[in-house]
Design a protein around this ligand. Structure first.
Ligand code: SAM
Length: 241
């Protein structure tokens, strides 16, 4: 997919989708694959469990580009002792989160620096493909600085190598300006931003509705053709080269 020529105001772009935001569920192919946006979020939460279960109970987590807060809310309800925050460029998406009754600390991101070394874990779910490619390293670097030494960044993204994903993105209104990035591109971006990729798990080989195929989905994690990928990158521990 070609990069958009004009600079797009991503906050304002999502303000326009915020009212009754449904994560692209208006696409019939997506509705066939899963019953609700939560159906697509739950497998991601299961993938996160391996990481979060090894964090201290009161660890701090930021969901970067949290939108209406659905992913952050699922994390907080499964791990209630974690300090979960979310941030987003779009005021409209955050207002919609409030309208839906969020009790989380979701704050408006001004597009500049994030709080320094505050988080053990930062997640970004389907956010980077809405960021202009020329900004990818800059944003990854801001996220790295927001991590504590040894903290982790989890990127969850659409896989451009999966034809179904590419088709759905091409036919979904909120993705009109999306530029998909492969796991290899993400690795390169993170290397440039000073983050070390330690895990790539491909998933969503099968629609979330076919929940009984989840173990097969997990077993295929090394095959780079899933609908999405889950990438874990690590910030250096101070004192290590
Ligand atoms: C497709 S939505 C995903 C929302 C949420 N992560 C989820 O999975 O439901 C993309 C979100 O990224 C936000 N976004 C786009 N560019 C951003 C940026 N540079 N910084 C922070 N948020 C951004 C948008 O405002 C939007 O809420």
């Amino acid at each position: 997919m070609e990069a958009p020529k004009q600079k797009i105001d991503r906050g304002a772009e999502f303000d326009g989708y915020a009212d009754h935001y449904g994560a692209g569920m208006e696409n019939p192919a997506k509705r066939l694959a899963g019953a609700s946006p939560e159906d697509f979020l739950k497998p991601k939460i299961d993938l996160l469990a391996g990481l979060i279960d090894n964090l201290p109970e009161s660890a701090s987590l930021l969901d970067f580009g949290c939108g209406t807060g659905g992913f952050a809310a699922l994390i907080q309800s499964r791990w209630p002792s974690l300090g979960v925050e979310g941030c987003d460029l779009s005021e409209g998406m955050l207002d919609e989160a409030v309208r839906r009754g969020t009790t989380l600390n979701l704050w408006k991101y001004d597009g500049r620096d994030l709080p320094f070394e505050r988080y053990d874990l930062v997640t970004a779910v389907c956010v980077f493909h809405h960021i202009c490619p020329s900004e990818w390293v800059v944003v990854a670097n801001r996220i790295r600085k927001a991590l504590k030494p040894g903290g982790r960044f989890v990127l969850i993204e659409h896989n451009p190598w999966n034809p179904v994903t590419s088709w759905v993105v091409a036919h979904t209104a909120i993705d009109a300006n999306a530029v998909l990035l492969s796991a290899n591109t993400a690795r390169r971006i993170f290397r440039e931003a000073g983050l070390r990729t330690i895990q790539v798990q491909n998933f969503l080989f099968f629609p979330p509705r076919l929940v009984w195929l989840r173990p097969v989905d997990r077993a295929l994690g090394g095959v780079p053709l899933g609908g999405q990928y889950f990438l874990v990158a690590e910030n250096a521990v101070r004192g290590t080269p």
